[in-house]
Design a protein around this ligand. Structure first.
Ligand code: NDP
Length: 384
């Protein structure tokens, strides 16, 4: 089979990088008891950079020993890209949400042999799922592989916005010491109302991590958390995001990108928030109306916006979120720390081993299968 893998480019100063640490922590299980990936073996050392082109997700030896062809490229945009040139006879496409190989209906029409699209990571909205359903193409992702890392990144961004960390760091870099400038927008998180939009794997981990900061927690989701979980968190549930956002100082966003969530953070919704609210969105850029976020920061309706997800990706050099005031954006990195890469590379291999061996793929990894939403996809992506 021909496997076409789209990965982000190597570090500018070469591959492999010098690593800052010699190992990564060993995690036994995910918080809900789900086991970590269980491939028969891996051909990499956990902690290596696997998500860039030379890292190859550690798949080359395994695939070539089994007689398959592996093409790895970062060149993914436009009809002359290597991705589009290789797509027509590819059986399997693999990409990461950080550097997504957009599988639009047009591209899927060209991909006559495509049987499975694997997301090395979480979030398969870069694949046109309706077309995948029509065509019987399987879509799978490595559920839970990077959820805790994204929750950690979220907490980091909430604190950094509220305390106004980044401008203070800049003052130090610039050789300054003006404390009044450094603190004139600096607040404490303690005592604030924090709202979580979608309490799935990431959203729930954010609620759990923010509880010890002495905040009041609020959330909305299509399905309510179990009463004992809600009670332990002391979290107030709302039926919808409209009611949630009126009652919070900080909003964090953790829903998948679907027809229901696209463009949800628009002028109208932002206008109902408390003046000076903060938003952290590490879910998907297109859940926010790009220009409405800029307007709300410029008018002061929002005091800060951060996240690591943009549309499209990579974001163009003139994307307004690079230069809007009071932002704390990163490129799409929260789910691709070195430990997350080790887990989703192993999970990708587990999915490949199952698929190529004619065995079932774990339901928790499935988004679309057999012409309909399946597994995790049936819960998180399908309409309620
Ligand atoms: P989960 O599937 O565990 O959680 C998603 C939650 O969103 C579910 O609880 C789901 O509800 C809920 N939801 C779906 N649609 C709506 C809606 N319209 N209104 C309210 N709630 C809704 O996924 P994860 O927590 O693991 O990941 C969430 C998203 O984060 C991913 O889809 C991905 O886009 C993004 N992500 C970003 C990463 C990054 O690097 N920045 C890395 C990993 C993920 P229910 O299931 O109850 O129906």
């Amino acid at each position: 089979m021909k496997v076409l893998c789209v990965l982000y480019p190597d570090p500018i100063d070469g591959y492999p990088p010098r690593y800052a640490r010699d190992s990564i922590p060993v995690i036994e299980r995910y918080p809900n008891g789900q086991t970590l990936p269980t491939p028969s073996a891996v051909d990499f050392t956990p902690g290596e950079l696997l998500g860039s082109v030379s890292g190859e997700l550690g798949l080359r030896k395994y695939l070539e020993d089994a007689g398959h062809t592996l093409i790895v490229t970062s060149d993914k945009e436009g009809p002359d890209s290597e991705f589009e040139r290789e797509l027509p006879d590819a059986d399997i496409v693999i990409s990461q949400p950080f550097w997504p190989a957009y599988l639009t209906p047009d591209r899927l029409a060209k991909a006559k042999n495509l049987k499975i699209a694997i997301t090395a990571g979480i979030g398969s909205d870069h694949v046109d799922l309706a077309t995948a359903i029509d065509r019987g193409i399987t879509v799978a992702e490595v559920t839970y592989s990077n959820s805790i890392g994204v929750a950690e990144h979220t907490v980091m961004m909430v604190l950094s916005l509220v305390r106004d960390y980044l401008p203070q760091y800049k003052i130090v870099l610039d050789g300054g010491w003006n404390i009044a400038d450094a603190v004139k927008r600096s607040y404490d998180l303690e005592g604030m109302d924090v709202g979580v939009f979608a309490a799935g794997r990431i959203g729930r981990a954010v609620l759990e991590r923010l509880k010890p900061f002495g905040v009041r927690l609020h959330y909305t989701d299509r399905f309510r958390l179990a009463p004992e979980v809600e009670a332990e968190l002391g979290a107030t549930f709302y039926d919808n995001i409209q009611d949630l956002v009126k009652n919070v100082d900080v909003l964090t966003v953790h829903a998948p990108l679907t027809d229901e969530t696209k463009g949800l953070l628009n002028d109208e919704l932002l206008g109902t928030m408390r003046r000076g609210s903060y938003i952290v969105n590490p879910a998907r850029g297109a859940i926010a109306d790009r220009d409405a976020i800029v307007r709300a920061l410029e008018s002061g309706q929002l005091a800060g916006y951060a996240g690591d997800v943009w549309f499209p990706q990579p974001a163009p050099a003139d994307h307004p979120w690079r230069t809007m005031p009071h932002h704390g954006m990163t490129p799409h990195t929260s789910g691709t720390s070195l430990p997350s890469q080790a887990r989703y590379a192993a999970g990708t291999r587990e999915i490949l081993e199952a698929f190529l061996g004619g065995e079932p793929i774990r339901p928790e990894y499935l988004i679309v299968d057999g012409g309909s939403y399946a597994g995790t996809g049936a819960h998180s992506y399908a309409s309620k």
